[in-house]
Design a protein around this ligand. Structure first.
Ligand code: DGL
Length: 277
């Protein structure tokens, strides 16, 4: 592998800002990699859209990253991961890392009693993406799912320890708690932000799985296997692109990424509509 190939960026896309929780994990696992992030902030949320629309948008998002010359794509959005992976793998030749498979593997490994809870957007839960992936690994495992759509705006508001978040969490999570789960997959980019409240509600004996951690480990394995890891010994560059105004993205990015960002560029969503070739 020549030097030029190894220094190509890793591309990450999400429906909006939530994918920064995955970038945060990538930065701690692979600090010297260059990263290009695309957040489709003009067309978020994906979690309440049809599979056809999410597939179409995901193909456009990935094409945008391919045009940035990325060496690998991380589909940080769980909703996109739950429906668009076959279409993405058919169209693009670069390795594609998604959230469902890696999160499911981590959950199966963590569970002692074989009862796993999944929370995600309506689309992720309706597609039963996690339960299918878990059953494929071990069909004796019982999976309990709950869509938690209100967690997304709460996280974006920064309502991390807010009483309203706790109230809603109790409502969403009570059936999973009653089912006796010992492992809970945070199957949406935003949920790691609310992990403390979620943990408080489900209790300390339930292990939370952050699919972003599992995805970062998988990216590391993949780039080592393909010998395409950055050779540089200095922190990589981070470039951010969004399809709506960059200002709001920059303002709340710190909550999701754990650091301030400034270099956010805007892509006109009309450009995305015609990007595929
Ligand atoms: N990024 C989405 C996910 O992980 C959450 C936000 C949305 O609905 O687009 O499923």
């Amino acid at each position: 592998m020549n030097f030029f190939e190894t220094e190509k960026p890793i591309g990450v896309f999400d429906s909006g800002i939530g994918g920064l929780t995955v970038v945060k994990r990538l930065l701690s696992t692979l600090p010297n990699e260059n990263i290009v992030y695309f957040g489709d902030t003009a067309r978020v949320p994906y979690g309440s859209k049809s599979n056809e629309t999410v597939i179409e948008y995901s193909l456009q998002d990935a094409q945008f990253l391919i045009n940035k010359n990325v060496k690998l794509i991380v589909v940080a959005c769980n909703t996109a991961s739950s429906v668009a992976i076959p279409a993405l793998r058919e169209k693009f030749k670069v390795p594609i890392i998604e959230m469902i498979g890696v999160g499911s593997q981590a959950a199966v490994k963590a569970s002692g009693n074989g009862k796993i809870g999944i929370i995600g957007t309506r689309a992720t839960i309706n597609n039963q993406a996690y339960s299918r992936a878990i059953t494929k690994i071990n069909d004796a495992i019982k999976v309990y799912e709950s869509a938690c759509p209100l967690f997304v705006p709460f996280a974006e508001e920064g309502w991390i320890d807010h009483p309203a978040t706790k109230l809603v969490a109790k409502e969403y999570l009570s059936s999973l708690k009653e089912a006796g789960i010992d492992t809970l997959v945070l199957g949406c980019t935003h949920y790691p932000i609310l992990a403390n409240t979620i943990q408080e509600v489900v209790g300390d004996n339930v292990r939370l799985i952050d699919s972003g951690v599992a995805a970062a480990d998988q990216v590391k394995k993949e780039i080592e296997r393909m010998a395409i890891g950055a050779r540089s010994s200095v922190p990589g560059n981070l470039d951010f692109y969004v399809s709506d105004l960059p200002q709001k993205f920059s303002e709340i990015a710190e909550l999701f990424l754990g650091r301030k960002i400034s270099n956010v560029h805007r892509i006109d969503p009309e450009v995305l509509q015609t990007i595929l070739h």
